[in-house]
Every structure is written in C-alpha cells, then in structure tokens.
Design a binder for this molecule. Sequence first.
Ligand code: AGP
Length: 608
Amino acid sequence: MCGIVAYIGPKDATPFLLEGLARLEYRGYDSAGVAVTGRTGGLKVRKVKGRVADLAAAVPARFKGGTGIGHTRWATHGVPSDANAHPHLDGAERIAVVHNGIIENADELRAKLTADGVVFRSETDTEVLSHLIAAHVGEGVELEDAVRAALGRVVGTYGIAVLDAEQPDRIVAARNGSPIVLGLGEKEMFVASDVSALVRYTRQVVHLEDGELATVRADGFRTFTTDARTTHHQPSTVDWEIDSYDTGGYEHFLLKEIHEQPGSVERTLSGRLDERFSTAHLGGLNLDARELREIRRVKILGCGSAYYAGEMGAQLIEELSRIPAHSEPASEFRYRNPVIEADTLYIAVSQSGETYDTLAAVQEIKRKGGRVLGVVNTVGSAIARECDGGMYLHAGPEISVASTKAFTSTVVAFALLALHFGRIHDLSPADGRRIVAALKALPDQIREVLAQTEAIAELAAEYAGSAGMMFIGRVRGYPVAREGAQKLKEISYVHAEAYPASELKHGPLALISPELPTVALVPDDELLDKNLTTLGEIKARSGRVIAIAHRRPEDKLADHCVLVPKSEPELDPLLLNIPLQLLAYHAAVALDRDVDKPRNLAKSVTVE
Ligand code: AGP
C-alpha cells in the first residue's frame, strides 16, 4: 500500500529518501512526496502526483537536509493529486507527517479543527494529524509527547513518521496496524514501512509493535507506548539478499520471481526433510507430537492468493493426515464472529505478514483463546510476531504485486506440514517416503516447466485478446484453476472465471463458445476420465481448450496442450500451477500492461 521512508544522520537525507521511495514503488502508488529539514531551519517540501521519477525531477539540487521523511501514496481519502500527496503540513509549515492507514474519525476531527479556525489544504484523513500535533508543539510540548497526545484522539490504523522543523534532531514514528521498521546505521538511522527500502544501508532492524512509538535520533532510538511506558527491543538481522531487489536482467520482477522458483522451493525445503523417519522436521511449530494428536480440525486463513494456497494446503493436510481441513478468506472470517474451538489448529498464511485482514483474523482467534500458526514469508512481520509458532517460507523478497514464488513456497510448506501431521497420525512410512522423494524432485520438475516459457508465451499472445477465459479443475485442480484465474485477471485485466470442472454442466456451460476459451487442468490421476469427458462437453459447444496435462489429450479434446512433469497426485497441483503463472505473465506483456504494478492493486494490503 502506501510507503514510508525517513532518514536522520550526518548525510543529506534526500538521496536516501528518493531511492527508498523508488524501492517501495512496487507496493502500488499514485503520488509521492518528501520533506527535509536541517540546521538552517524550516521545512523544504516537494510532492507530486505520479511516479517517484516525477518527484525526483521536481526536487531541486538545493533540496538538502539531514532529517527527512518521504511517502508514496495509494489514494484512500481524496483523489491522487499534488495537494493530497504526503507529507501533510500544519498551517505554520512546522510539522510534516507521512501516514499509511486510515483515520476513521477524520471527518469529526476535521470539523472540530475547522471550527477552531484551521484551514485544510487537502482532502486527506492524514492532514488532521499534522494540525493536531502542531497544536501541541505550539504549546512547547516535546515532539514525542505531542504525537502521543494527537494519536490519543485518533481512531483507526496508522504507520506514521513525523518531522518538526524546530526539533530537527529527531523523527517520531508510530505504528498501529500499519508496519514501521527502524533501520540502525553507523551514527545514522532509517525508518521505513518495509525493509526493502533499507537493506542497501543496514541489515539491523527493529519492528515496532502496534501501539508503539519511537523517537529516532542519529545516534539511536527509544521506543515507548502510547501511555509513555518505555519498551525494549533487540535488533534483528535481515538475511535477504540485496540483489533480490533488482530485476537481475529480467524484463520484470514477476518474470524473475517465476524463474526463481526452483531455488525458492529448495530454500523452503532446506533442512526440513527427515529421510530417516520419512517425515518433515519443523522446529518452529511449538507443538509436540502429543499436542498435535489432539488436533481435530485445521482452519487455514489468508487473503487472495494466500487463501488459494491455503485451499491447496487444506487438501494436502486432509489427504496426508486425514485431519479435516478447510481454508477461508481471512477478510470474511474476521467479520463473522467465528466460533473458535480448542481442538482446532488455525493457520494464517501471508507472504508479506502485514495483510491487515489476516492480522485481524489472527488477533480475533487469539483473543478468543485459539492457537494460531503462521505460514509467512517475511521474517519479523506483524503476523509472524502475533502467531504462536509456524514456518517461514524463505522464498526471498517478493517484489512484484502478483504472488508467484511465495505462492509456490506456501504450498510446499503445507506439504511439509501435512507430511509431519500425517506421520504423527496414520500415514505409513512408505507413503511418507513417497512424499519426501516427490518433494525433493520438485525444483528440477519446476525447471522443466520453465523451459517451456517460449511455447507458453506464444499461446498467451494468441489468447490475450480474448474477452474472457474460463479456468476449470476437479478437486485438487480446483484451487489451481482459482489461482490461475486470479493471476490472469490481476495482471492482464482479462476477465477470468474459475469453476470446478464438475460444476460446469450445472450452469456455466451456457457461457462456452469460441469467444470464451477454457484452460483445463487435466492431471493423470483417478479423475482423468471425468476431466476428459468435460473437455468433450466443451468441444461439443465449439469451445477452445488449452489443457495443462501430464499426457496429451486426443486432438479432438484440446486445441493446445502444455505438458507438465508428473509428481505424486497430492503434489501435482503445485506443478500444474506454474504454466498458469507464465500464461498470465505473457498475456499481460502481450497486452502491454504494467506487469509488476497492476492498476488498482498494491503488494501488501495494510488497510481494512
Ligand atoms: C496475489 O497475487 C495478490 N496480489 C494478493 O491476492 C495477495 O496474495 C493477498 O493480498 C495476500 O497478501 P499476503 O500474502 O501478503 O498476505
């Protein structure tokens, strides 16, 4: 969503702010701005509608200061415009605020401030904060106390960084529902909403907790709560490679991340396969075998692709451990007053670890006494910290808005969990060995699929102009179809429907025509004959079919076929999904879409 960066130290803040903002652009944005202050006093501010490159072009050479804050905005209150871009200032132009999140009582606060004579310059909810903070510092209050007092009047979510032209020796940051991370340098400090903005400068970071504030000075930081109690943090080390933040010769991050999957899957598996007992070794679950045996149900929660990966995970857990498992969108779960059961294991799935709906679902479960594990990619993220235990994906940073390598690694993580649960229950050593061997084979099998990129690109170019596409799969193939449709629509904007193949004849068959091609998942498993019958039904209605299969169907049943290497049936969905990523990517390229930053979307949805 929006991005925040801030710097305080002996150097000029502006180059870091602009570079940091550029690194956060992948989160989605519509405008950007910076404010700096220095020894000469006063604020220098530039903000523009558009890209960080437009902002950089608008920043003059003399725009210098040792303390600064910056922001990329994704509009929630008010249209994208120069005026609505952050930072937002008070009337005297002393205080500058950048903010991620939503202030729910902004209208009420704005009305009160307006009645007091405050003149607003933007339509944003954020601007109320600048005026509230300014009112307190105007009375001689220290910046941190002024921010605390202002936040005390605010209802909603925020990650903020605040600059005071008259106290340039500090930045105050605060978090409530929107991530804030402090970066520790040598006599300099950084603040950001995402570690990707910092990793070129420091690997030592501190994640603020909800309800926490920090006063950040060049030589260190102090954290405290909204009621002024001091808190303590041990810095953690970011272990992601710096070159993960570059396209590394690929045209887009998305293509790079698709091609990184053999390596990211190897990392997810690394050190976790126990060949002696044909099981998985998972250190971070914080659940022993006895506790695991008491679990009667598994409920998986995530949003978007994380939810679909959870659907694949639920099938793996049910098949391998025979524990009933189900995946539900966290965004729905959190609003329906869910029944929390003591013998249900809840699992939250998130690449970013910051998705607000998923975090809120975790908090609701924990509030009611439930036990939650996290399957999360970002180490130290809010969801990871909130969970009772879990697994990190180790997929490496995922920059492109569309999730690919994190999706695949999530399914691999679920396969490991399912194997572990299964071997504690009734999965035989022979079946355990079968799954271990299949997991080990995955990276090379993914390489085999990726080797077909050119052929898939040609197919994508041929079909990209379609008004829409149907994706179908049966049982294990259905979540694959859902994820394939999601990927296509999110990056190419081509309408895509996903249906269980078994449901086609109960309604959607009416849509089938030469204008609506179907992508069909046709694994060589116990449902192959059923799937082939469905292809026959589509062809009988002159529908065009792209089959993603282990064996080429007869010509009369499919117009095109992408062959995928065979795994064990339980793991086949994972490989069947890879061609769909390539199909979506190349369709988006053929349609000249902004592949890494699709319209209306952000990488991590940290608002309601
Ligand atoms: C994936 O391609 C999407 N951009 C989106 O559905 C994403 O998976 C979802 O917002 C959840 O994000 P998370 O994994 O960071 O929680």
